[in-house]
Design a protein around this ligand. Structure first.
Ligand SMILES: [Ca+2]
Ligand SMILES: [Ca+2]
Ligand SMILES: [Ca+2]
Length: 285
């Protein structure tokens, strides 16, 4: 393991900034929306050009009505893009338990659905902007344009939300050198509901899954409705844990590095035209 030199300092009343410096064989840091700095690039031999290209998906534009209840049982979810399977973030294998994201959009919103198979659901955080990644969490990093500024949205099995804007300084090779997060940012219009099929935090039994249903207005991201053919960058991550300490860091589009905060490794979201969607879904419940 590399050396870790954490220094904590006050940044703002509601915001703490850590400075963490680590060596070439450093540790995994993932959803740390603070300030991080590297001594050097991740690896002298690692180049973005040499990596498998990030994933790509077309997000269909659909007309559908959903009941925001955390259940993805409306017909429109069946027509959504499916982002699966999730892999370990180093790309070495699939996750032990499946993770799937569903995506679609309309004129106002991006709709995000999560299905997280989970035999041992672990969470206690209930306060917004808690460090949810210290337990279990589903995460979306998304940006319409700049790779150096993006939104980070998280949901835990208890329905707790983390939202922040991340500023990521990239080096000349496109790798992250340092990140700073504005935790005070709030996705004002976003609504989300989470349902746990199991007992959260009780490990003596067998849980099944947890699901997340999210309505994210484009206006929360300071954006108008994407035009057909417009391409955004985004990635979807999950921390899956088991009692006893086992942890899997899972990704839709693995960054293949030590961190989730490699925006050049985010996948490509291409917004489809309405004609590629299903008008007949309109009005469904
Ligand atoms: Ca629903
Ligand atoms: Ca926030
Ligand atoms: Ca788990």
């Amino acid at each position: 393991m590399g050396k870790i030199f954490p220094t904590a300092m006050k940044h703002r009343a509601s915001q703490i900034v850590f400075l963490v410096v680590f060596g070439l064989t450093g540790f995994s840091w993932c959803a740390v929306p603070l300030v991080l700095a590297r001594e050097s690039a991740p690896s002298a031999s690692l180049t973005l050009n040499g990596l498998t290209p990030p994933n790509r998906v077309t997000v269909p534009k659909l007309s559908g009505v959903i009941q925001l209840d955390g259940l993805l049982d409306e017909a429109v979810w069946q027509k959504a893009a499916v982002l699966a399977p999730f892999q370990l973030n180093d790309g070495s294998a699939a996750g032990a338990e499946s993770t799937e994201v569903r995506l679609w959009y309309d004129d106002q919103n991006l709709y995000i659905g999560w299905l997280c198979q989970d035999s041992d659901i672990l969470a206690t955080f209930t306060k917004r902007d808690s460090e949810l990644w210290n337990e279990e969490v589903a995460e979306c990093f998304i940006t319409p344009q700049s790779l150096e500024t993006y939104f980070e949205l998280q949901w835990n099995p208890l329905g707790t939300i983390f939202d922040a804007i991340i500023h990521n300084r990239l080096d000349s090779n496109g790798f992250s050198r340092s990140i700073q997060g504005d935790w005070d940012w709030t996705a004002q219009g976003m609504t989300a509901k989470v349902v746990a099929d199991g007992t959260v935090g009780q490990s003596g039994d067998q849980d099944r899954k947890w699901t997340v249903e999210v309505i994210l207005p484009f206006s929360d991201l300071d954006q108008s409705t994407p035009k057909a053919g417009e391409v955004w960058r985004a990635n979807f991550y999950r921390y899956n844990r088991w009692t006893g300490g086992k942890l899997e860091l899972l990704s839709w589009s693995p960054t293949l590095t030590k961190t989730f905060h490699e925006p050049n490794r985010f996948g490509f979201l291409e917004f489809g035209s309405l004609s590629s969607g299903i008008d007949s879904a309109k009005g469904e419940q």
